[in-house]
Design a protein around this ligand. Structure first.
Ligand code: ATR
Length: 268
């Protein structure tokens, strides 16, 4: 019998995780089965309980349950503790354990796949919700010269920045006249075809800047803005594959090669 894993979210039908983990399992000769579980919005813990009781060994957690997954776990990794969110559940021990591979996934995509070294650079993260919270600790640990978190609700940016020394929180209006080497869109604005109220792109993006949208498989207004300003840009496909590879490592003890899977994902 293969070991069983799943991605749990709502909605989850669009998730590429089953396909990605099937590629990893094949490449690493691991006998696993990886499915999808759509938990009711008020039924996350019950859904994980059922999966665990039926032999499920681990799960990825996606929107909107990452914070609830953090509370569900008896203990978590240091990086999940910093993010206060869990995207990787380990269910085969005595009690559920949680990890968060989103931050390292973004970092690996930036530094290895895109060749963007963060050390000494100026970085802007847009958004202060769960997605931003998941990646700010890793971005900060990579040693940027400056890390600014901007959010529409300014209090949330301040609260997030206050948790991470050296990080600055502000509103979008405060960005006038500032420029950055890396701008990461961690808002959900693109999902509704919206763009955070940024100052003009020609100033915001420093020479040779990278615009990164954590959303995957959607041409967001932010990516369109970067293209129009002739700024290099990337969607979140690489982050998706890299965070999956880290989860696979946590569960199986082997880290699959990501490049072939990312290339195949991009080809559709
Ligand atoms: P997630 O877990 O995806 O981060 P979230 O916690 O609901 O979801 O956070 C969504 C983020 O996108 C927030 O930072 C939100 O800004 P507010 O805190 O001001 O609500 C941001 N966001 C969503 N739509 C936006 C828009 N049209 N313009 C700017 N920011 C937006």
């Amino acid at each position: 019998m293969p070991d069983r894993y799943a991605v749990i979210g709502n909605p989850v039908s669009h998730s590429k995780s089953p396909w990605i983990h099937a590629q990893f399992a094949h490449a690493c000769a691991q006998d696993i089965e990886y499915g999808r579980i759509e938990a009711p919005l008020d039924g996350f813990a019950a859904a994980v309980d059922v999966f665990r009781a039926s032999g499920g060994r681990g799960a990825n957690v996606t929107v909107p349950f990452k914070q609830e997954a953090f509370r569900y776990c008896a203990s978590v990794s240091e990086r999940a503790g910093e993010a206060r969110a869990v995207n990787t559940l380990v269910l085969d021990g005595d009690a559920p354990w949680g990890d968060n591979t989103d931050g390292i996934g973004l970092l690996r995509d930036l530094e290895f796949n895109l060749g963007f070294v963060l050390k000494g650079r100026s970085v802007l993260v847009m958004g202060a919700g769960g997605a931003a919270q998941g990646v700010v600790p890793s971005l900060r640990a990579a040693g940027p010269d400056r890390l600014v978190v901007a959010n529409r609700t300014v209090d949330k940016a301040h609260a997030l920045a206050a948790r991470f020394e050296g990080t600055i929180g502000c509103g979008y209006a405060d960005l006038a006249g500032e420029s950055f080497d890396l701008v990461v869109n961690a808002t959900s604005a693109g999902l509704t075809g919206e763009l955070p109220p940024l100052p003009p792109a020609r100033r915001l993006f420093a020479r040779g800047a990278l615009a990164y949208d954590m959303v995957y498989g959607r041409d967001t207004p932010f990516l369109a803005l970067a293209r129009a300003a002739q700024v290099r840009s990337s969607d979140g496909a690489g982050m998706l594959v890299e965070q999956a590879a880290e989860s696979f490592l946590v569960w199986r003890g082997v880290r699959p090669a990501t490049r072939p899977v990312l290339d195949a994902l991009r080809k559709g």
